[in-house]
Design a protein around this ligand. Structure first.
Ligand SMILES: Cc1cc2nc3c(=O)[nH]c(=O)nc-3n(C[C@H](O)[C@H](O)[C@H](O)COP(=O)(O)O)c2cc1C
Ligand code: SF4
Length: 662
């Protein structure tokens, strides 16, 4: 296997490009994709869509793909999308997956999974499954009471790991990885907080290690010596009352001394608590590569190869970690969800063309939480490879006029131009980006601005002409007479019907984000959207010294945010003394009181001592041009917020869809 994109003058990232081998199995470079549920499996089986998804990353240069968590036993139920490795009929699907990944020069390892107490979903008939754990355990995140496993079940599950591994190796995978990170079953056995058994699987350190050791030993016996057997582990749960780094190192050193496992794949966090779970897919408020120091300490403690994953979104960070000896391979998972060609670009001297993941968590883990196939807000082709994986040149080049240079317009421009259309994009502001320029101004959201840089680069590289500071009206469209008009004009703030009296001070969210509005010292943020804006403005103002209350019409603040993004924000607001009021629909204000109606009870809610109300009540589409063009005979499409105010995800997706169609 040769490194893709190797250059005559040497690789741009020498450590990243260096081949590596574990148990004699060669890897073409140091970048891998760590296990992640794609939600592309159906009825527990690999699908064509899943194969197309992974094949794209393999073609893009990844050295190793670890599959998503695969159920290693019939009791290993996580959600309805987990592949059933405990059934023989999983083998043909995994064989097709292995063939596709291997034919692109990439290795494939299957992830062996049992959630123990961490049961997130319901069965296909809507009922809740039984959660089995080492001991009676009250699970805090999924509100599950786990039942202790009888010893016969413990032994059956251990055999299940080995049998599942054997099926995957029969299917042609290069090996398997035991998923012991994030508080799942193997580590529940190791952790005395979740294991109070009194038999040989509980009590002393040696007894608590027995489950993992037997999983290793039986699995190795079944798969033979020629295949990989790795371990994924969290170096620290990073949660109060979680498994700690010294405890993890003790586990790893015992395994290392005994020659168990071929590599240790390090991450942080646990699925077991809300506090620890944010690290499973850390949002942009966590620094890039922040997991590196944890891996470095593991690396110093063990002899086996160490892999690490967690917020490596650029090859520069990965190269730095490798050069510093932090780990032997770097997981760049969302980075490749966002840009499947990341490795080829990095090693081919085109790192500046990488579409860097911005850790927004919207369409990858956000989709996962919604139970739909994963994608990426910046690259909606992800998860839709069968439909949009290949760019189809336009049968007939057309003159395409795009009005609006936010994410929707930029994506439409990039794809339409790449297909061969003659594209001009007009933006009335002096900068591209639309509402993304505002979104990046919210606290700890600066990275969101990367979406604009990425999409602009793609649009320009594809050959779209971009005109800034040009307001396009009906007359200009008629004069230009394009073949297609794409309206991506966005939206403007919406204020719900409300009553104001006296010197009530009510301002809209945008003016606060832009620092144009002067808020009084006691502020009520009235939030309808349940997204980044309400909680972000509350955080911005409380940090600036205002007394802030947050009144949301929903049953939870940040209700529409992906939970790993939302939960640390809620914790921070609580720490800073922001009091939330729920089910509160804004009704009006006077000089010192904000008035709300309880959305369920219909009764009045008064928030006295209010100097300023900040309205976060969403937007309405900018529809003027669409209405004026109704009788025009040409082809007109509205996309993104101009069609209906939603998020950047829908904007970019609709840009792709329309550009792929015209
Ligand atoms: C959609 C999604 C699903 C995931 N599912 C799994 C999984 O099945 N097994 C696992 O070990 N980790 C899972 N993870 C965690 C990733 O392996 C990885 O640790 C995480 O995305 C952080 O790495 P990154 O910053 O490079 O994306 C998942 C992550 C995402 C985004
Ligand atoms: S949706 Fe956001 S976090 Fe997920 S891969 Fe895309 S850019 Fe990264």
């Amino acid at each position: 296997m040769s490194a893709p994109g190797a250059r005559a003058d040497g690789p741009a990232f020498p450590h990243l490009a260096a081949p590596f081998a574990i148990r004699g199995i060669p890897f073409r470079n140091r970048v891998f994709s760590s296990g992640h549920q794609t939600l592309l499996a159906r009825q527990g089986r690999v699908t064509d869509a899943m194969i197309a998804y992974h094949a794209a990353r393999a073609r893009g240069g990844a050295a190793l793909i670890v599959t998503e968590a695969i159920s290693a036993h019939e009791t290993a139920y996580f959600n309805e999308f987990t592949p059933s490795g405990f059934l023989d009929d999983c083998i043909p699907g995994f064989r097709r997956l292995a063939d596709a990944v291997h034919s692109a020069g990439c290795r494939l390892v299957g992830q062996l999974f049992h959630p123990g107490a961490e049961v997130a979903g319901v069965l296909e008939d809507g009922s809740r499954p039984t959660a089995w754990a080492p001991s009676l355990h009250q699970q805090e995140r999924y509100l599950v009471m786990a039942r202790p496993m009888p010893k016969t079940l413990v032994r059956s599950v251990i055999a299940g790991y080995a049998a599942t591994a054997s099926r995957l190796v029969t299917a042609g995978l290069d090996g398997v990885e035991v998923l012991a990170s994030h508080g799942y079953l193997p580590i529940q056995f190791c952790d005395p907080r979740t294991n109070q058994r009194t038999d040989e699987y509980g009590g002393s350190f040696e007894n608590r290690m027995r489950f993992l050791e037997e999983v290793h030993d039986e699995t190795r016996a079944r798969i033979g010596e020629a295949t990989l057997l790795g371990l994924r582990i969290s170096a620290d749960d990073l949660a109060a009352d979680g498994f700690t780094e010294p405890e993890v190192l003790e586990v790893l050193q015992a395994l290392d001394r005994a020659g168990r496992f071929d590599y240790f794949n390090v991450t942080v966090g646990t699925s077991g608590t809300v506090q620890g779970a944010v690290h499973i897919v850390a949002p942009m408020s966590f620094a890039p590569a922040y997991v590196a120091p944890y891996a470095a300490r593991v690396k110093r403690a063990v002899a086996r190869p160490v892999l690490v994953t967690g917020r490596f979104n650029q090859p520069q960070d990965a190269e730095k970690a490798l050069a510093a000896g932090v780990a032997d391979m770097i997981g760049m998972t969302r980075a490749q969800i966002c840009d499947p060609d990341l490795v080829t670009k990095a090693l081919g001297g085109e790192a500046e063309h990488i579409r860097a993941c911005i850790a927004c968590n919207q369409a990858c883990i956000g989709h996962y939480a919604m139970g739909v196939p994963i994608s990426c807000i910046q690259h909606p082709e992800t998860g839709r490879e069968l439909e949009y994986g290949r760019l189809v040149p336009a049968a007939q080049p057309r003159r395409v006029m795009i009005v609006g240079g936010g994410p929707a317009g930029l994506k439409a421009a990039a794809v339409a131009a790449a297909r061969g259309h003659r594209v001009t994009l007009h933006e009335k502001a002096s900068r591209l980006g639309g509402q993304a320029l505002l979104a990046q101004l919210l606290p700890e959201r600066a990275e969101f601005g990367g979406i604009v840089q990425n999409l602009e680069r793609e649009a320009r590289a594809a050959g779209a002409a971009i005109e800034l500071g040009v307001e396009i009206g009906y007359a200009q469209i008629l004069a230009a007479d394009p073949d297609v008009v794409v309206l991506a004009t966005g939206a403007v703030p919406y204020a719900p019907p409300h009553e104001l009296s006296g010197s009530a001070h009510v301002v809209d969210a945008w003016s606060v984000i832009r620092d144009e509005a002067r808020c009084g010292s006691r502020v009520v943020v009235a939030d309808w959207r349940g997204d980044w804006v309400g909680v972000g403005i509350a955080l911005k103002l409380v940090r600036a010294g205002h007394h802030v209350r947050l009144a949301t019409v929903a049953n939870c603040i940040g209700v529409n945010l992906q939970y790993y993004t939302r939960d640390p924000l809620i914790a921070e607001l609580d720490r800073l003394g922001v009091v939330a009021t729920h089910y509160a629909r804004f009704a009006g204000a006077d000089e010192n009181t904000a008035y709300f109606i309880h959305a369920s009870g219909g009764h009045a809610i008064e928030l006295p001592d209010t100097d300023t109300v900040v309205l976060c009540y969403g937007h309405r589409s900018e529809m003027l041009l669409a209405e004026q063009l109704e009788d025009w005979t040409g082809e007109v499409h509205s996309i993104g917020d101009a069609l209906a105010p939603r998020t950047a995800e829908e904007a970019v997706l609709e840009g792709l869809k329309i550009a792929a169609k015209i």
